[in-house]
Design a protein around this ligand. Structure first.
Ligand code: 3MF
Ligand code: MG
Length: 348
């Protein structure tokens, strides 16, 4: 029986409705404008929008501060009209020429200056659209070969930037989205443990939190639900990017639960058990539509992932915890495992 739990609010970013281009082939679907995407959110069951800074203000590198404010204000109005909440804005620090070898951790001062200026623009944009958080996916803060950067200095530079951001704006939160690799060989902030350490080392730990993406944890060889539990134990799980990953390969952003349903159940369980969402946190998705999917826009990957999440909320609420306790007390983990599998298969 399905009793969809209505207490959750969902978000995704406009990049999640994509045209299907990959490193080996061109786009295969008609482009769909951001404005038209925003008009779809509510009907798909989503209330929050995840943004890159240039999703709000396209071409911002070539615009003056006044022009950026004007564009951001008009984007904010569009969101208001659609009744949508901007969940976060993330500076896109992996695209420009200045970020070829990293942004905050580039060896070149001019690149680091660019990264800071871009981060300031991103914070200004967030403020203009009434968004309370900046996400740092530190895409190129890492190395392609170990000897190319001084890792200790790189870590110091990341912390320095976080403190500078906290100083620049006394309200915005910073949510770090760890990822262990891709595009770099080795990232400097690969896990939530690294992010939480940076938080405590910062000048305002209460405003530095984490965003955990399922696939990123899996790429680090870690269990996403344990990563979430770690952040929750420190009061630092600001958001999630639910998706899935079939083993250690490129970042797949598959539909939530599609590769590892048991892993997805455990993620939903840790979120539900710890009241995630009750302080207004969004259940964020970061899922990619299959290249084979025809039509424009493609949205089934979003609605299906949301549906799977809600089905798993039901699975969590109907899971027999008394039996679990009995089996744990008896230390009969063989039986406990079967109990979970049978529940997921609907054999209760
Ligand atoms: C990369 C990601 C990104 C980030 C996004 C927001 C395309 O692996 O997951 O999504 O989530 O840039 O920081
Ligand atoms: Mg993500």
């Amino acid at each position: 029986m399905t009793t969809f739990n209505q207490r959750f609010r969902f978000s995704f970013g406009p990049w999640n409705i994509s045209e299907g281009g990959d490193p080996f082939g061109p786009e295969v679907r008609e482009p769909y404008s951001h404005e038209k995407k925003f008009a779809l959110y509510k009907s798909l069951g989503f209330d929050g929008v995840q943004f890159h800074d240039d999703d709000v203000v396209p071409g911002l590198d070539d615009l003056s501060a006044a022009e950026i404010t004007r564009h951001a204000a008009s984007a904010g109005e569009t969101l208001n009209n659609e009744g949508l909440t901007p969940e976060f804005v993330a500076p896109r620090l992996w695209f420009a020429e200045e970020t070829i070898d990293g942004a905050y951790t580039s060896n070149r001062q001019a690149d680091r200056d660019y990264a800071w200026e871009r981060t300031v623009k991103c914070m200004d944009i967030a403020k203009e659209i009434n968004c309370k958080a900046i996400v740092l996916w530190l895409a190129r803060e890492g190395s392609y070969i170990r000897e190319s950067k001084n890792a200790k200095i790189a870590y110091e530079r990341i912390l320095e930037t976080i403190n500078r951001m906290l100083d620049y704006d006394d309200k915005l939160e910073i949510w770090i989205e760890p990822k262990p690799n891709e595009p770099t060989d080795q990232a400097y902030v690969p896990t939530i443990g690294h992010a939480v350490a940076l938080s405590y080392a910062s000048s305002d730990p209460a405003r530095v939190k984490g965003l955990i993406e399922t696939a990123h944890a899996q790429l680090a060889g870690l269990d996403p639900s344990d990563e979430m539990a770690f952040a929750l134990a420190h009061g630092k799980l600001a958001s999630v990017h639910l998706n899935d990953q079939n083993g250690l390969k490129y970042d797949q952003d598959k539909n939530f639960g599609s590769s590892n349903l048991r892993g997805a159940f455990n993620q939903v369980r840790v979120l539900v058990d710890n009241d995630f969402g009750k302080q207004g946190e969004f259940v964020g998705l970061d899922v990619k539509a299959m290249r084979t999917q025809a039509g424009s826009p493609v949205t089934d990957h979003l609605t299906n992932s949301r549906k799977t999440f809600l089905h798993l909320v039901d699975k969590v609420s109907t899971y027999d915890r008394d039996r679990e306790t009995t089996l744990i007390d008896a230390r009969d983990y063989e039986a406990l495992e079967l109990h979970v599998l049978e529940h997921l298969m609907g054999i209760d």
